[in-house]
Design a protein around this ligand. Structure first.
Ligand SMILES: [Zn+2]
Length: 473
């Protein structure tokens, strides 16, 4: 095998690459019997935890308080005795010990890349990555992209921000390590999508990376230029940053629009290599590449690991990160997991429905739990849907009201067709969500498109509550 797992962190052979006809990058690891894999994971985990224990005051304090130490790890189940890490704790640690926090486990001088979050909800988080980590991230991503069907003869158009955002860079390093041709086009500059369309027409890329919202925006832009997106010849489109590629109707739409496979990927920036949640080319839901990042799907209140078949929140643990290792980081996403076999032959468990919601972006209307992804899935399956929507939750006469503003396609300008679309949308949403929504149709192109992560829910109930308090005062 071309990786030495007897040392930690494992040593990869940077010159290794499988034959292009091979299905697997490392068949010995990817198709390993789950029991044998658990032994490998435990071995890596013990060394990862010892590494953090010896170098990080953050983990040392946290684990001391919980009465655990590296010696606690006698079996893989013992990991559940370790307290989880919440993102807010990382921000606090970085505020107290700027810039990297007390969980940087390498010398600051060894950091070769600084990335970060945009900090939309408070203080931004700083990611410091060491050079050797960056090399291993390339190894992991190459191996996972191989499973998605990317080969050295692919030309990969990367259409997402080249900024502090780790997604684009992670895709780039994987593509480069795999030996394919990267075209790091970027995104976010006015007029850039039109330029990307023009470049794509000339360069004929065979693969695309970005967010699902952006791919659909890219397709709309091409059609306005009179170009059918299928003529680009994209074989594989892989995504992260949003759940869309795992939402069945969005996946179907992307595949029909471009004529290529739509592959869902991505965990969290903190967890880079973030591709360790990733579908294979069979697209049966994201595999959890457990020997790279060990994932447990846990109960959202107690963070106790749940059995296969259950729904919970993924909790992630690095197994080969030296710079800022995350041990039991809570994602806050929602997923169901299974160990049912996949036709590809990999023995990793899967998230068959991807990450379909967040604990905190689920909202409650009249007692029903509602996920924006369920609304998206319903609307994208409708004939006459114009491509974008907004959800507005408000309160009228002390009752929650769910207003869904839905674009109709240009083909549905006729009032009779609109009435039919509105009635179908209302009926299907009612069945799917369990509450009766008010559907308001607006012409295609009315609602702003996003080049990044879509934010489609507006909750007006807080405003209502504040107004009520003022009236009472
Ligand atoms: Zn598979």
């Amino acid at each position: 095998m071309n990786v030495d797992t007897s040392v930690w962190p494992p040593r990869y052979d940077p010159t290794y690459r499988p034959d292009p006809t091979a299905d697997f990058w490392f068949p010995e690891l990817e198709c390993l019997h789950p029991g044998a894999r658990d032994a490998l994971i435990l071995d890596k985990l013990r060394r990862q935890v010892a590494w953090a224990w010896e170098r990080s005051p953050f983990y040392r304090r946290k684990w001391d308080a919980a009465g655990v130490s590296p010696a606690t790890l006698q079996s893989l189940e013992d990991l559940a005795k370790f307290p989880v890490v919440q993102k807010a704790e990382l921000r606090l640690s970085q505020a107290a010990a700027p810039p990297y926090g007390e969980y940087l486990c390498i010398d600051p001088g060894e950091v070769v890349r600084i990335h970060g979050t945009s900090g939309t909800t408070g203080r931004p988080t700083v990611f410091g990555l060491g050079s050797e980590d960056w090399g291993r991230i390339g190894e992991a991503h190459a191996r996972i992209l191989w499973a998605a069907g990317i080969r050295p003869d692919d030309r990969v158009l990367i259409c997402s921000f080249f900024s502090l955002y780790l997604g684009s860079w992670g895709a780039l390093c994987g593509v480069e390590r795999l030996g394919a041709t990267a075209f790091p086009f970027g995104a976010g500059v006015p007029g850039q999508t039109l330029m990307a369309v023009e470049w794509a027409r000339e360069l004929k890329p065979t693969a695309f990376y970005g967010t699902p919202s952006y791919a659909l925006h890219f397709a709309e832009t091409s059609r306005r230029e009179g170009i059918d997106p299928r003529t680009f010849g994209l074989r594989t489109l892989f995504f992260s940053g949003e759940p869309g590629a795992g939402i069945p109707a969005t996946k179907r739409l992307i595949e029909e629009t471009f004529g290529g496979r739509c592959v869902d990927m991505g965990s969290m920036a903190e967890m880079t290599p973030w591709m360790t949640n990733a579908e294979c080319r069979h697209r049966t839901g994201m595999h959890l590449w457990q020997d790279l990042v060990y994932t447990q799907v846990c109960a959202p209140e107690t963070f106790a690991p749940l059995p296969f078949g259950a729904e919970g929140t993924p909790v992630y643990t690095h197994l080969e990160r030296t710079s800022q290792p995350m041990i039991r980081l809570v994602s806050g996403d929602l997923a169901r997991w299974t160990d049912e076999p996949c036709p590809c032959g990999r023995t990793y468990p899967r998230l068959p429905d991807g990450l379909y919601g967040r604990i905190d972006d689920m909202f409650i209307v009249r007692g029903e739990n509602i996920y924006p992804s369920a609304i998206e899935d319903t609307l994208r399956a409708l004939e006459g849907f114009g491509g974008e929507f907004r959800v507005i939750v408000s309160r009228r006469e002390a009752m929650d009201e769910l207003l869904i503003r839905v674009e109709y396609a240009a083909s549905h300008a006729d009032p009779a067709r609109q009435a039919k679309l509105s009635a179908t949308a209302t009926a299907r949403l009612r069945v799917r969500l369990g509450v009766h929504p008010v559907v308001e149709l607006v012409p295609e192109g009315t609602l702003p498109r996003t080049e990044f992560k879509a934010c489609r829910v507006i909750d007006d109930r807080d405003l209502y509550r504040r107004t009520l308090q003022e009236v009472r005062r």
